[in-house]
Write a protein that binds this ligand. Structure first.
Ligand SMILES: Cc1ncc(COP(=O)(O)O)c(C=O)c1O
Length: 396
């Protein structure tokens, strides 16, 4: 039998394996061999999903809510999303401007595929969340990477965005608080970025995945500005806010014509998001919200601990995360003398020798940093940071 000629489609080669998922897989492999691994790789809350949300899913099962739903999500959930967003941020979305997908990632995939044409440019501040680059490439569009300044805490400014706009720009992506740096774009600066996009008639995608996890400012949505609904594309997720990563529920708040386009695409891929998860999501959005504040308080305690410990390692610098649950230290002090040339090599050695899993900065567009997720227990943070301290001291 003859082998298939060109067996894999060319567009697949425009994307790469998610590095965050690879780190988790490598750590899991070591663990299966009996090694005591401390895992700072996983970008997910270590808290269980709140009980009221789990009970809603159980009720959905008992009531046989287990069939296909409308492709773009149930009317009940789309209404609940709009109401929650209105209550939290003062926006005025209608269910016809809302789409539910299987996680925020799926929303972002649908969004980029539905609006980008080959040759379009998308401004992506660096460091960036891994997936933006791949989904933009997959759409055949071009990423324009805009380097933020580490000394300024990696914060995205309107001046930086403006310097990277061209007549071909179709979209700017802002993720505040940021994965991986925890940097937050303050309201005033965000408004300036919004004005730039309005003036040019281009989309501003705001990834609000971590919007509730802010340490020293109040959550806001740029979509609450007058006139924002035409050009602002909200990508939201319940994954982190309600510790629901495995349930796979995300939402888009976008112009209704785009909801139609994204739903069309989704209807031919996953159809609807899981029926049971959608019922759970309604409870998450409409039920008590106190678990969010409790998680935030715990993340703050851990952030303070992690930053203090990292800054105590000679030669290591770390910008203060103002949101989300990641620290993004510069570990280049251990690179030169040891022969390690990249964060990738640093993380491989750190895992092999000290049994700590962290994600190399290359996944986020920089080569001298590692991402540490502090969505793990204080006990694990203590153990892991002890190991990192010794590892860096040995190689610097
Ligand atoms: C910045 C950012 N946006 C979106 C997502 C998507 O999350 P999910 O697909 O679990 O909703 C993530 C997940 O890690 C993220 O870090």
């Amino acid at each position: 039998m003859q082998a298939v000629v060109n067996p894999i489609a060319e567009r697949i080669s425009s994307i790469s394996v998610s590095s965050t998922m690879k780190v988790s897989a490598d750590a899991e492999k070591l663990r299966a061999e009996g090694v005591d691994v401390v895992d700072f790789g996983a970008g997910e809350p270590d808290f269980p999903t709140p009980d009221n949300i789990k009970q809603a899913a159980i009720r959905a099962l008992e009531q046989n809510f287990t069939k296909y739903t409308a492709a773009g999500g149930t009317a009940e959930l789309r209404k609940a999303v709009c109401e929650r967003h209105a209550q939290d941020f003062g926006t005025s979305y209608q269910p016809s401007e809302c789409l539910i997908s299987a996680g925020g990632k799926h929303v972002i995939f649908n969004m980029t595929q539905a609006v980008l044409n080959p040759g379009d440019e998308v401004v992506i501040p660096v460091p960036y969340w891994v997936t933006y680059k791949d989904v933009v490439n997959y759409a055949g569009a071009r990423c324009v990477f805009a380097d933020t300044d580490e000394k300024e805490g990696f914060v995205v400014t309107a001046a930086l965005v403006e310097a990277n706009l061209t007549p071909r720009t179709k979209m700017v992506i802002i993720n505040s608080p940021s994965n991986p740096s925890g940097a937050v774009v303050d309201r005033g600066e965000f408004e300036k970025i919004f004005r730039l996009t309005v003036d040019r008639g281009i989309y501003l995608m705001t990834d609000e995945c971590y919007c509730k996890f802010l340490y020293d400012s109040k959550p806001f949505s740029i979509a609450s500005l007058p006139g924002a609904k035409e050009t602002v594309l909200v990508a939201g997720s319940l994954s982190k806010t309600y510790a629901m990563t495995g349930w796979r529920v995300g939402f888009g708040l976008v112009p209704s014509s785009l909801v139609t386009a994204m739903t069309k695409l989704q209807s031919h891929s996953t159809s609807n998001p899981t029926s049971i998860s959608q019922k759970a999501a309604v409870e998450a959005l409409r039920g008590p919200q106190d678990s969010v504040g409790l998680m935030l308080a715990e993340y703050r305690r851990r952030r303070d601990f992690v930053i203090t410990r990292l800054r105590a390692i000679p030669g290591v610098t770390c910008a203060e995360p103002r949101g989300a649950f990641y620290a993004y230290p510069n570990v280049s002090v251990a690179m030169g003398p040891s022969g390690m040339r990249s964060a990738q090599q640093f993380c491989e050695k750190l895992l092999a020798e000290s049994h700590v899993a962290a994600v190399p900065g290359e996944a986020f567009g920089t080569s001298r940093h590692i991402r540490i997720s502090y969505a793990t227990s204080m006990h694990e943070l203590e153990r892991g940071l002890d190991r990192i301290h010794k590892f860096i001291a040995k190689y610097s």
